[in-house]
Ligand binder design. Structure first.
Ligand SMILES: Cc1ncc(COP(=O)(O)O)c(C=O)c1O
Length: 392
């Protein structure tokens, strides 16, 4: 590679190390679960979005194997050219029923779903109103549109109203995360919907961290607030509570028809592989069956959060099982994460650019796979490490 560019990248990497925000990626020597193996050692896992344990559930694994046997490994090409496998359409029908919408469409990931749907809805001359803490994939999706993007202060409905009252050009799209993944707070969707109805704007919610977590049987934020039929676009991902990989959008039949003709990642990138789709179908069936896993997740979250708060940790304003342990300084958060790793807890620190500078944290991702014993063990180690670093 070009020497000048090698030097440029080397300098940037050194800068990230200096600032304590260089990502050190751990290698897992086995499947996702309550415990994972890192460097040959068992570590309690607080880093995955595998909220319900479906990433290595016997039924999803078995379904993936059947999917592989029945449909092979690859989709062949993009769906508009190679054809759509009946497996993908079966999942889309199931998703629509589960979400109580007319139709759904799958994409390669949640990130891609945002890149697909936002530019299909608005373009140059239109306006997007986007929450300041929206996920990177929403931000990138907005950038691809050419529309004017106005950021409203996080969950500040007064600010959103003020913006909607001003003279905004073209079609208006309000876009928000459902659950804000770094803090665990829930979007004020009923208020957003009311404002959208009053000011004639479209509403899109990215429910990546709400699916499998909020609403009846984990149907998500729209079900949680009983807003069926009043949210124009729901974006989802299979990479979190669903336990597999892929993304989707759910909404009206016309929206899905339109995206099949217009969404560039649908037209120019191949579909998710058959075993993933087969496992995703199984995950939706497991969720539809009963809410045992969802309940366990919430009980675990409430239990751990209370213990940490009582011990003097700042666990922020989370309204969901996501438990951010707020530290502030990037280097200290990274030190805490290292100390926890020495104590067999895998809890990654998260700093800039994922969260604003000076708000670094350890984001504890609670799962239904954790036992009370696991959570007590983790709590004890957090207290030890917190005292060693004078955090509590
Ligand atoms: C709100 C939100 N949208 C989209 C994504 C991306 O999902 P995926 O991993 O399926 O690309 C994430 C994942 O971090 C997310 O939190």
């Amino acid at each position: 590679m070009n020497k000048k560019f090698e030097n440029f990248m080397g300098q940037k990497l050194a800068q990230l190390q200096d600032e304590g925000i260089y990502n050190k990626i751990k290698t897992l020597e086995g499947p996702q679960g309550a415990w994972v193996k890192i460097n040959g050692e068992k570590m309690l896992n607080f880093c995955s979005n595998n909220y319900l344990g479906l990433a290595n559930h016997p039924e999803t694994v078995a379904a993936a194997k059947t999917g592989l046997d029945d449909y092979g490994i690859g989709p062949g090409a993009v769906r508009t050219i190679a054809g759509t496998m009946s497996l993908h359409t079966r999942l889309e029908k199931k998703l629509a029923e589960f979400k109580k919408v007319e139709a759904a469409l799958t994409f390669q990931s949640g990130f891609v779903a945002n890149l697909a749907v936002i530019p299909a809805l608005v373009a140059k001359g239109d306006t997007i109103l986007s929450d300041e803490l929206n996920h990177a994939s929403i931000i990138d999706g907005c950038r691809l549109t050419g529309a004017s993007v106005t950021v409203f202060r996080h969950s500040d409905m007064g600010h959103l109203r003020e913006l909607l009252e001003s003279d905004l050009p073209g079609r208006k799209l309000i876009v928000t995360d459902g659950v804000f993944s770094m803090d665990g707070d829930v979007a004020l969707l009923p208020e957003i919907v009311k404002l959208a109805e009053k000011y004639n704007a479209l509403v899109m919610v990215d429910d990546a961290h709400g699916e499998g977590v909020l609403g009846s049987n984990g149907r998500g934020i729209v079900d949680h607030f009983d807003l069926h039929g009043r949210v124009d676009v729901e974006v989802g991902t299979f990479s979190k509570a669903i336990g597999t990989v892929g993304g989707c959008i759910a909404g009206s039949a016309t929206l899905v028809k339109y995206l099949k003709q217009k969404a560039r990642p649908f037209l120019f990138s191949s579909a998710v592989t058959p075993p993933d789709i087969a496992a995703t179908i199984k995950s939706i069936e497991i969720l539809s069956r009963d809410d045992k896993l969802v309940q366990k997740l919430w009980n675990n979250g409430d239990y751990f959060k209370k213990k940490m708060k009582d011990a003097g940790f700042d666990v922020g304003q989370s309204q969901t099982p996501i438990t951010p342990v707020m530290i502030g300084d990037e280097k200290q958060a990274s030190e805490l994460s290292e100390k926890l790793l020495d104590k067999n807890i895998f809890a990654q620190s998260i700093g800039f650019p994922t969260v604003p500078k000076g708000t670094a944290r350890i984001r504890v991702m609670i799962s239904a796979t954790h036992s009370k014993k696991d959570l007590d063990f983790a709590f004890e180690k957090f207290v030890e490490a917190g005292k060693e670093l004078a955090i509590i």
